[in-house]
Design a protein around this ligand. Structure first.
Ligand SMILES: Cc1cc2nc3c(=O)[nH]c(=O)nc-3n(C[C@H](O)[C@H](O)[C@H](O)COP(=O)(O)OP(=O)(O)OC[C@H]3O[C@@H](n4cnc5c(N)ncnc54)[C@H](O)[C@@H]3O)c2cc1C
Length: 469
């Protein structure tokens, strides 16, 4: 085992979206950085291919909008919400030149960020797999790693280790109390050379079938992600293609059906688990979690990278206040401030992602959601601004969530059908069941926490929550 004599300010585990971006941003502060990534070649994945306008805004604020250049990234101007036979078009807010979103191949985008960090004098990039965190006196002092085709492990030391080893993180257990759940799988296919009802838009398709989303990722290809609910992935057996065609073809917009059939026949299936992981960090001197290793939400709303960039900025700006990185107390204080405040930048993205995922699986709530946003005006504009990551007002999100359940209730009560009227209680109960744990995960103040807990136990009613909203 060899030991590197250089003592870096920061060691980063993983040059994925979070790790590569924070390396780039901290390098601007003049920090001396080492980043260890197990595979530097371009990845071919179905994750992280739609960057919401809020994420684009964060890139601009960091001075990194050029990461979107020369990768055939497609501007995305809003969504077409498709419900049963109807659809409703919702543009992203475009006041004061707000940015649009972008669709791209994640591998190409990430290689752009990696190209940037490889060119920085104060960033050392090592291709190797990190095998352990090194600790001394209960403080993380660096990492142990193994390069490809080498048998000797090496050690590198740094004042702070940033763990960004992604959704399957090997190190999160040492730095948090994770309560990770798989709530389903996304099957990804590429729809080639086709049109969709709205060019340069996301399409969210809901109905009496598993939901799916479609957005452009290159000039000639759209990504479709189809949800498979449950803890176990579907099997790609001999009947899988037939099942896909029978279950989904009729719900694909007409203009893209032939491409869907071709993609299914081609059979280049990629599948990835969708996790829910509330952030639950524990204090550990010398180390911090960032990105999917710390916190994950459902990818239905494409919010992961937007949340990650918010965290990258928060952590970097707190670390910028530390003049001397060998001052362990000052570094720990900056890390703690990031953990204490990060929810302010990510909570609406998290709550909306898992909240909407719950809504689209409940027949009455998804109808209520579609009809609620189809009312236009603030109902669609404010909802899309939250989904875009441009509006991060939690009160507004709660207002719309309760608003859609109330709207659905009102519509049902107006119905002449007795059964429909009776179902209203079930719908409100389901809305509460969906939103309560999500709100509890995002650091509510003490009084709200008490109301939410009572609500979860059935000891309070929805109107009780209103006084906090
Ligand atoms: C199906 C799906 C679709 C998604 N779609 C979107 C979307 O459209 N828009 C969006 O914003 N978000 C989306 N997300 C979420 C988004 O992909 C993540 O939030 C984001 O990629 C998190 O970045 P990260 O750096 O934490 O992880 P990653 O980008 O996965 O990076 C982790 C890095 O760590 C490296 N690594 C792991 N272990 C080690 C080790 N031991 N040693 C060295 N290196 C290591 C890996 O090789 C990798 O490069 C999606 C997620 C899923 C599951």
């Amino acid at each position: 085992m060899t030991t590197d004599k250089i003592n870096y300010d920061v060691c980063i585990i993983g040059a994925g979206i979070a790790g590569a971006t924070i390396a780039a941003y901290l390098a601007k502060q003049g920090k001396n950085i080492v980043i260890v990534e197990r595979n530097l070649s371009e990845r071919n994945v179905i994750i992280g291919e739609l960057l919401q306008p809020g994420g684009v805004q964060r890139l601009q604020e960091m001075g990194f909008e050029s990461f979107l250049d020369n990768i055939d990234a497609q501007p995305v101007y809003g969504y077409d919400m498709i419900f049963e036979e109807r659809d409703y078009h919702i543009p992203y807010p475009n006041n004061n030149g707000e940015p649009s979103g972008y669709g791209f191949r994640n591998g190409a985008f990430l290689q752009n960020i990696r190209k940037y960090i490889l060119a920085q004098d104060n960033i050392t990039v090592i291709e190797a797999r990190v095998t352990a965190l090194i600790e001394k006196d209960n403080t993380v002092t660096g990492v142990q790693f193994l390069r490809k085709q080498v048998t000797d492990e090496e050690i590198i030391h740094a004042d702070l280790t940033i763990v960004t080893d992604g959704p399957m993180s090997r190190f999160r257990e040492q730095l948090s109390n994770p309560d990770k759940k798989v709530n389903g799988y996304f099957l990804g296919l590429l729809l080639k050379n086709c049109e969709l009802p709205y060019p340069n838009h996301g399409h969210m398709v809901m109905g009496d079938h598993p939901p799916f989303v479609i957005y452009p990722v290159t000039t000639s290809a759209w990504r479709i992600l189809i949800d498979f609910k449950g803890e176990k992935p579907p099997k790609f057996g001999p009947d899988f293609k037939k099942f896909l065609l029978e279950t989904f073809e009729k719900f694909i917009p007409q203009s893209a059906r032939a491409s869907f059939v071709a993609a299914v026949e081609e059979g280049n299936f990629k599948m990835f688990p969708n996790h829910r992981l509330p952030a639950a960090p524990i204090k550990k001197a010398g180390a911090v979690l960032l990105g999917d290793s710390l916190n994950m939400r459902h990818p239905l709303t494409g919010g992961g990278m937007t949340a990650t960039f918010a965290d990258v900025m928060n952590l970097s700006e707190n670390l910028e206040t530390v003049k001397d990185f060998s001052d362990g107390k000052a570094v720990s204080k900056a890390v703690q401030k990031y953990y204490d405040t990060r929810h302010l930048g990510t909570q609406t993205t998290n709550i909306l992602a898992d909240g909407l995922y719950g809504v689209v699986y409940h027949p009455d709530l998804r109808r209520a959601f579609f009809e609620y946003v189809s009312r236009g005006g603030k109902y669609s504009e404010e909802t899309i601004a939250i989904l875009a990551g441009l509006n991060r007002n939690k009160k507004l999100l709660k207002k719309h969530f309760i608003g859609l359940a109330s709207y659905g209730t009102k519509k049902k009560l107006q119905s002449a059908n007795i059964k429909e009227m009776g179902d209203t209680y079930g719908m409100v109960k389901e809305a509460v069941r969906i939103i309560t744990p999500l709100l509890l995960d995002e650091k509510p103040d003490m009084a709200t926490r008490l109301v939410l807990k009572a609500l979860a136990k059935g000891e309070a009613v929805v109107s009780d929550i209103n006084f906090r909203i």
